[in-house]
Design a protein around this ligand. Structure first.
Ligand SMILES: Cc1cc2nc3c(=O)[nH]c(=O)nc-3n(C[C@H](O)[C@H](O)[C@H](O)COP(=O)(O)OP(=O)(O)OC[C@H]3O[C@@H](n4cnc5c(N)ncnc54)[C@H](O)[C@@H]3O)c2cc1C
Length: 126
């Protein structure tokens, strides 16, 4: 089946999804094509920033900073803790949930424009 659009945006990162949503808001039939899939093999919107860049790196930095504070800085405040341990799978799980919520938020924004906007998945590169 052939479908025609006024605008086709390649890539659903911060540049692409904002451009696609704006085009749809202006009344143009819009498709946004994204090739990235998450660990479950599902299409994930949000590009480098939401999936592997800004958001996951800051989520992990936040966790590691809290670990460092608990281990090294709490005592100056008169706060004593037991043996502070790092649970890496829990830390990574928290990061994954944050990413899932935010990429899901972009998908919700796309769905809100149903009728004028389509998120398509491009075939994997050879
Ligand atoms: C580790 C890391 C940390 C970062 N931290 C920050 C930060 O704290 N603050 C900040 O401002 N910036 C940060 N950045 C930079 C930020 O991620 C980028 O500036 C931003 O993602 C660029 O957005 P974009 O839409 O141009 O490209 P991208 O987010 O890269 O999106 C491009 C999308 O196009 C898709 N695509 C490419 N080719 C095709 C194709 N042929 N068909 C279909 N889809 C395609 C890709 O899969 C991708 O999803 C960080 C980057 C990294 C790697």
């Amino acid at each position: 089946m052939t479908q025609k659009f006024d605008v086709v945006v390649i890539g659903a990162g911060p540049g692409g999804y904002v451009a696609a949503i704006k085009a749809a808001q202006l009344g143009l039939t819009t498709a946004c094509i994204e090739k990235y899939t998450d660990a479950e093999g599902k299409q994930a919107l949000g590009g480098t920033c939401l999936n592997v860049g800004c958001i996951p790196s800051k989520a992990l930095l936040d966790s590691s900073w809290k670990y460092k504070e608990a281990k090294e800085s709490f005592s100056v405040h008169g706060i004593s803790t037991g043996d502070v341990k790092m649970d890496v799978p829990a830390m990574v799980g928290r990061k994954a949930n944050i990413v899932k919520n935010l990429t899901g938020g972009v998908a919700t924004l796309f769905k809100a424009r149903t009728g004028s906007m389509t998120a398509a998945r491009s075939p994997p590169s050879p």
